[in-house]
Every structure is written in structure tokens, then in C-alpha cells.
Design a protein around this ligand. Structure first.
Ligand SMILES: Cc1cc2nc3c(=O)[nH]c(=O)nc-3n(C[C@H](O)[C@H](O)[C@H](O)COP(=O)(O)O)c2cc1C
Length: 213
């Protein structure tokens, strides 16, 4: 007969196991979260394979667990992959042209920018009117959600880099991505398999950034 089971966050609990063995599992899981956070490292050179549909769903579910004042859900995510990356590149070119850029090297770079990773998640701020929760605060929630997505992608073994550029706030780009008037891209997460070595992690000192009140 099967032992009674319950499931939470994808982990199933089997009543026949000792509490001690569960505390070891939980401790190891916590260590691995901390390891991912302490060692996160953006990676610009990304190749196939990108995350599959199941991995993308996990990454986006992690994003949806970000802190969100008032649960306003001020975020929208657009997944761009395959040939649609070319369409995004065309839109980047149009965006530059509208801003007066005619240099062919710059236009070529823009056209190819989305090809730098197999898959991109655009995270948009879709702010709602609210008496006390400002647009800024809602943008912070979207940023927190993209940071969570980035950590989730790393924990699944993918490389990732967050990019913006002048495209992020261009209404043409936002509209092409299906955003509403007033929306903006808080980040384009470029995702894929790391090519080449990772950058060295810098040594960080808390002293420069932390004080005790
Ligand atoms: C809001 C935001 C926008 C960014 N935009 C760009 C960008 O357009 N191009 C870029 O090369 N890096 C951009 N970055 C920085 C990279 O994502 C990354 O943080 C940087 O290369 C440092 O690497 P690290 O994250 O491993 O420390 C941006 C980061 C943030 C948070």
C-alpha cells in the first residue's frame, strides 16, 4: 500500500520518512537557493538550446511570486523565440529609424540584437491607477519579478542577461509586443545555454553599501 503523500511546490512528502531526513532535504534545498543567489552571473553569449515550454512556465511562475504591493499584478510577459526574434529585430530597426538613426552598422546591430539568444522574455510594466500605490512602486514589482525569473532560469541551468536600451520605453516597441499605451519594457531577459566561460564574479565588500542605524 502506498504511504500517504502530500505535495507542495513540487516536493512530495512521504509519511514513512523520518522528520530528520526531511530536514536534511529542506536544508539542502535552502543551500542550493542561496548558492544560486550568491553565484548569479549574467551571461551575454547564449546559444541553443533555450528553455523549453516547461522551463519557461517555471521561470514565469517564479516571476509571478514576486512581491507585489496590493497584488495589482502590474506585469505582462511576452515570450519571443524562433523566427519571431527577426520580427522583433525589424521593430528595433524601425524604432531606431524613428529616432533618426540611419547608420547602417547601427541598424544591422539592432536587427540582429534579438538573435543573441534562443529565447527572450520581455517583462512589461502595465501600471494601474491607484490612490496610494505609485507607478514607481509597480515598476519595482516588475523588476523584482524579472530578478526572480532570472534566478529561476539560472537554477534550471540556463544563462541569462537582462537588457533594456532605448527600445524599452519606445511606444512602437511596446505596441508591437502587444503592450497598452503607457506600458514600458522593464527588461528583456535573454535566455539560453551559456557559450564560453562565465565571467569571474567580482569580490564584493559590504562596507561600501551597508551601514547600521
Ligand atoms: C534595468 C537593467 C537594464 C539593463 N540593461 C542592459 C543593457 O541594455 N545592456 C547590457 O549589456 N546590460 C544591461 N544590464 C546589465 C546586465 O543585465 C548585467 O547586470 C551586467 O552585465 C552585469 O553582469 P552581472 O549581472 O553578472 O553582474 C541591465 C541591467 C538592469 C538591471
Amino acid at each position: 500500500m502506498c504511504a500517504p503523500q502530500c505535495q507542495r511546490n513540487g516536493v512530495s512528502f512521504d509519511s514513512s520518512r523520518s522528520l530528520l531526513s526531511y530536514s536534511n532535504i529542506i536544508h539542502e534545498a535552502a543551500m542550493s537557493v542561496l548558492d544560486t543567489l550568491l553565484n548569479r552571473n549574467s551571461h551575454a553569449r547564449l546559444i541553443e538550446p533555450g528553455p523549453d515550454a516547461e522551463a519557461v512556465a517555471k521561470i514565469l511562475h517564479a516571476a509571478l511570486r514576486a512581491p507585489d504591493h496590493g497584488r495589482l499584478r502590474p506585469w505582462r510577459y511576452v515570450v519571443i523565440q524562433g523566427g519571431r526574434r527577426r520580427a522583433l529585430g525589424d521593430c528595433f530597426v524601425d524604432s531606431l529609424k524613428l529616432r533618426g538613426v540611419s547608420d547602417s552598422a547601427k541598424l544591422d546591430k539592432a536587427a540582429n540584437a534579438p538573435m543573441r539568444a534562443p529565447l527572450i522574455i520581455a517583462g512589461l510594466l502595465h501600471a494601474v491607477e491607484h490612490d496610494t500605490i505609485s507607478r514607481d512602486e509597480q515598476a519595482h514589482a516588475v523588476a523584482a519579478s524579472l530578478a526572480a525569473a532570472q534566478i529561476a532560469a539560472e537554477s534550471l541551468g540556463f544563462g541569462c542577461i537582462w537588457r533594456t536600451g532605448g527600445y524599452a520605453t519606445d511606444p512602437l516597441v511596446v505596441e508591437t509586443l502587444g503592450g497598452a499605451a503607457g506600458d514600458q519594457v522593464v527588461g528583456f531577459l535573454y535566455l539560453g545555454t551559456r557559450e564560453g566561460p562565465s565571467k569571474l564574479l567580482p569580490e564584493e565588500s559590504l562596507d561600501a553599501f551597508v551601514s547600521h542605524f
